[in-house]
Design a protein around this ligand. Structure first.
Ligand SMILES: [Zn+2]
Length: 405
């Protein structure tokens, strides 16, 4: 067994103790801070004394899939290719879901350790991420959403509900994330993986602000399972795929810039195409509204379109493809002609008629912009910092395995 592996140009020491990386979906730093203040998060509270409490930037767009893939590849989207849930495929001329592993262009740290003979497991909340995160992985991989369907041949484990002792959770629930953590504790107890990746869902964070009773209860739940993993001797690295912010006016109405409507009115219907890469099959809690959009438009009017969008209330900035991909390390051919970022309190939509806001039972909270880029980067072991360079959430595996960053 080698003492280290190289993945996407980065070195990772082979684990001498079981190493768990947890991605808490939508974990704005203040969620943890408020849970500690409420006295319900002793594990988190203790990290300042015995571990490392750092902050990191997530990758842009501050969405779930690009960031989960960055975390497990240790690389930005320009390397792994996943820059949203959706992208416009110019070859097919249609919008395509990027859930399929065929869109992934880089090996994962998980897959490479499994090929090097290490025991590896990954558990995700929603099934949409399972194929991407499990790509090339020889080990245990399943989603909480479809835990009842897991088979030995497909997932490396079966009969999960009985083994973990929890019912199948609803897809829109706090219990979906709890199942992920409970599964992690069960796996640590029974199989003791060398490397494990656990990824939750942001259902709670989309509906509840930091410090509210539901949020504090959610972080108390996480704290309870992390305490158990810690007690079993696991090295635990914690980060988030993105932050979360309110996206409303002062009385709680959603702030939405309907870009497709604006562009259709100004340049003619269908001249420009707005893509919202947050769109996925699970949109009930955010109505497919985030703070990042791309626009495809004819070259002849591109600068006019950019100026038109940049002048709108709620728009933070507009970058052309080259500038956006250089700054955010994105794959040029999977990003539209323009990248549009909304201000902290605003979201970007297509047309007013194409968003179903019926599922928004609480004032809109979402992500996608630069305002949701700062996330926690925590470890239950001390680390040595060798540079002052900004940290990224996708440094978490290097941090947990190498203890030096
Ligand atoms: Zn997320």
């Amino acid at each position: 067994m080698t003492s280290e592996i190289i993945v996407n140009g980065r070195r990772y020491a082979a684990p001498s103790e079981p190493t768990v990386v947890v991605c808490i979906d939508g974990c704005e730093q203040d969620y943890i801070n408020q849970a500690i203040r409420a006295g319900v998060a002793p594990f988190f509270a203790g990290l300042g004394e015995r571990g490392a409490v750092l902050a990191a930037d997530c990758v842009m767009p501050s969405f779930t899939n690009p960031n989960n893939l960055s975390i497990v590849t240790g690389a930005p989207p320009s390397v792994h290719g996943i820059c949203g849930n959706y992208f416009f495929d110019p070859e097919q001329g249609v919008e395509v879901l990027m859930n399929d592993a065929k869109y992934l262009r880089a090996p994962t740290i998980l897959a490479e350790f499994s090929k090097a003979g290490r025991k590896v497991a990954t558990v995700t909340a929603k099934d949409k991420l399972s194929a991407l995160l499990g790509s090339g992985l020889e080990g245990v991989r399943f989603s909480a959403e479809k835990a009842n369907e897991a088979t030995l041949a497909q997932n490396g484990v079966d009969d999960l509900l009985a083994k973990i002792g929890l019912p199948l959770p609803a897809v829109y629930s706090a219990e979906l994330s709890e199942f992920v953590l409970a599964a992690g504790v069960w796996l640590m107890r029974t199989m003791r993986p060398d490397i494990m990746y656990l990824s939750t869902t942001d259902y709670v964070q989309h509906k509840h602000a930091p410090g509210t009773p539901v949020s504090n209860a959610f972080y108390a739940m996480l704290d309870k399972y992390l305490t158990q993993l810690d007690a079993m001797g696991a090295v635990i690295g914690i980060t988030a795929d993105h932050g979360m912010n309110a996206k409303t006016d002062s009385i709680g109405r959603p702030n939405i810039v309907f870009l497709q409507d604006v562009l259709d009115m100004r340049f003619g219907a269908g001249t420009c195409r707005v893509i919202l890469p947050i769109t996925d099959p699970y949109v009930v809690h955010h109505g497919a509204l985030g703070s990042y959009a791309t626009v495809s438009a004819p070259q002849s009017i591109l600068s006019e379109v950019a100026q038109c969008v940049a002048a709108l209330e709620g728009v933070d900035r507009v970058l052309d493809n080259r500038a956006a991909c250089a700054r955010f390390e994105l794959p040029n051919e999977r990003v539209g002609d323009l990248v549009v970022l909304a201000e902290r309190l605003f979201t970007l939509g297509t047309s007013a008629t194409s968003h179903d806001l019926g599922g928004l039972t609480a004032p809109l909270r979402s992500h996608g912009g630069l305002s949701e880029q700062q996330v926690p980067l925590l470890l239950n072991r001390p680390v040595r910092r060798e540079s002052n360079a900004r940290l990224r959430n996708f440094d978490v595996f290097a941090l947990a395995l190498n203890r030096v960053i």
